[in-house]
Design a protein around this ligand. Sequence first.
Ligand code: ZN
Length: 394
Amino acid sequence: MGSSVTLFKAFDIEVRIHWSFVLILVYGAFYSPNAANPLIGALYGILLILLLFVCVTLHEFGHALVAQHFKIKVPHITLLPIGGVASLERMPDKPLQEFFIAIAGPLVNFVIAGALLPLLLLFGDLLNNSLNLNTIQRMLAQMQAPGVTNLLSYLVVTNVALGIFNLLPAFPMDGGRVLRSLLALGISYVDATRVAVFVGRLMAALFALWGIVDVNIFMLLIAFFIYVGGGSEREVVESKAVLRNILAEQALTNNAVNLYTSERVDRAVELITNSYQTDYPVLDLAGRFVGVLTRARLIYALKEIGPEARIVDVMLKAEEIPACAPNQDLAVVWELMATSASRVVAVKRGPELLGLLTLDDMTEVFQVYGAKLAGPGRAAATTLYQPKPEGVDG
Ligand SMILES: [Zn+2]
């Protein structure tokens, strides 16, 4: 989401909008083609789209606020032409948490529709006319023409439609997440994800068919998003299941070499050319862990200062390095790397450093154990190189 701008911030969540959002406003301008005044028609169409996206934003806040309730940070919500995305810093631990986070979005749309319905009944003068199929059909037919009643019917209808559409079991859409969370109450998380992704891909095929028959580009985009998004999320879940079986202390390298604060960078150059180790713990003369010299810092020091640079001046300080206990599993380590954007985690027993785990170690572990689990030829390790927050769609 590189090319988006921040609109505002609320509840510690940045609301961003992607540049391609302009496209949907252009689309909106052509929504009301039969208006008496073409300019009013175009402005009305744009207004409808803007209000629709206010509803999409509220839908995303539904997910985000429930996630925050479960102590999951939500750094931003991004608005795209096909909907919104609330980026959760991590996935919920418990199936029921995922259930409530996923269902909160569509519920917001039903609440909006329910709140606008009395206004629609009032302005639409529907209380005096009997509310039958004919009245409803007339209202739907008039939705595209500028007018207060038509605007209200548009909002009620689209919110109900948004709520229902998002509840379809098309993982990773909301309904698919609801399905996975319910399955996960009975079977393993990995199996629940596999079933949900399979059902989601069947739904994606139906959406694609719909998109082709109806010549609807949004449906095709959504079908594509479901197909790709479901697959990559399944890989993440499968990778994590592998990592969950291995403890941090089991993944440590036995013959790792340390550097000392009194040494200079040329000592690290000597070491790095003679071994595979790329990141070095730095100890002070009393043997206490005080920092890490990463490969990136080493290259920086050589370039900017030269081989005589003191390690203590260029290392990452111990306080900046995320740490874990030896009995924590590698899924936790991976999450630490992702949330702190650090490629190194210190494994410590109390104040004592047992060793470092790097992204390279994680990938290696995954290749060894993951290959056993999934068979040869899988490229799932690539997901390990980009630990990133996962999202809940809108
Ligand atoms: Zn949603």
